[in-house]
Design a protein around this ligand. Structure first.
Ligand code: PLP
Length: 342
């Protein structure tokens, strides 16, 4: 598959903005090329446009070559850039499972791209056959979120393989919750599949949602086009420094994820015994989807007691469902005790 042929013609030929930090890289003692203010170091300087220091650390940690990594202002940025690079407005379309993360549909709308949603099965499993039936010659991207938000389950590996192997566009596997799952994830398959894009984020297991850093991993032709169309300095200096320090604490992040996974299982078990809770779905993520008789009223009761969960009642297949993030042991205990009184 020639990925370059999938890029919108206007973008394929685009000559990107060449910023000062692209035109001269290397060491110097006097920087007079970027109209920066000489005072207020180090934040007077434009940041590294390609974030090489943190990419080197991410490459080592994830065992992925540096030229297969794109960093964005949250995962939202690579999601939007994939639309801009690969989907011709009002002509092309994308497909995704339903229910799933809401940003794919929003990004499609912003970019004037038709969004085709394909229902999961009743038990939230995913059928590659039904998804592939929904695509046509104008489908450029397929979004598969695994573990999926809000259902919490990981999608079947063989079903995903079938999509990657037979769909002639890009398959985006969103692994925002991969650190909470027992599944190995898809990074090790990037080399085999030139049309695979894996999204990860610092917002969940890394405890850094406020900082806004998302990762996209893919073959170099995909990464190159994202780099050519992004804002030149999309990741600011403060974020680059902060994430550089966080990457030295990967052990701590693993500990947090282990604690949250244990807490998830404890919470799931406790919720199963609560009368108002009809169902607790198994989860590979840091949240639980639960079913109740009247989701709106349970949501309201919890909110009145200061506990905010996500009401997913209106999502496909999620009638009566609330999505509950796993918190600290104390937070989870408060949730359990309030639900027990309903
Ligand atoms: C939370 C989440 C993200 C993270 O988005 P950021 O923009 O990186 O904070 C991405 N995908 C899914 C499915 C999520 O639930």
């Amino acid at each position: 598959m020639d990925i370059r042929q999938l890029i919108r013609p206007g973008i394929r030929d685009l000559k990107p903005y060449s910023c000062a930090r692209n035109e001269f890289k290397g060491e110097a003692s006097v920087w007079l090329d970027a109209n920066e203010n000489p005072y207020n170091g180090p934040y007077n300087r434009y940041p590294d446009p390609l974030q090489e220091k943190i990419k080197a650390k991410i490459a080592r940690l994830k065992q992925v070559p540096e030229n297969c990594i794109f960093l964005g202002n949250g995962s939202d940025e690579p999601i939007d850039l994939l639309f801009r690079a690969f989907c011709e407005p009002r002509l092309d379309n994308v497909a995704a499972i339903d229910p799933t993360y809401g940003m794919y549909r929003v990004a499609a709308g912003i970019n004037d791209i038709e969004y085709r949603s394909v229902r999961l099965n009743e038990d939230f499993t995913f059928s590659s056959v039904r998804l592939l039936e929904a695509v046509d010659s104008h489908t450029r991207l397929v979004f598969l979120c695994s573990p999926n938000n809000p259902t919490g389950n990981s999608l079947d590996r063989d079903e995903i393989i079938r999509v990657i192997a037979s769909f002639p566009g890009l398959v985006v596997v969103d692994e925002a919750y991969i650190d909470f799952s027992g599944c190995p994830g898809w990074l090790s398959r990037l080399e085999k599949f030139p049309n695979l894009v894996v999204l990860q984020t610092f917002s969940k297991a890394w405890g850094s949602a406020g900082v806004r850093l998302g990762m996209a991993f893919a073959a170099p032709p995909v990464i190159d086009v994202l780099n050519r169309i992004k804002y030149p300095y999309n990741i600011n200096q403060l974020t680059q420094e902060y994430i550089g320090r966080m990457l030295d604490k990967a052990g701590k992040v693993k500990e947090w994820a282990d604690v949250l996974k244990r807490e998830r299982e404890r919470l799931a078990l406790a919720l199963t015994a609560v009368p108002v809770v009809r169902k607790v779905w198994p989860s590979d993520a840091n949240f639980l989807l639960i079913g109740v008789e009247d989701a709106d009223s349970v949501y309201r009761i919890l909110a009145d007691r200061g506990i905010i969960v996500r009401n997913r009642n209106k999502e496909a297949l999620c009638n009566g469902c609330l999505r509950i993030t796993v918190g600290t042991r104390e937070e989870n205990d408060r949730l359990i005790s309030i639900l027990s009184l309903i």
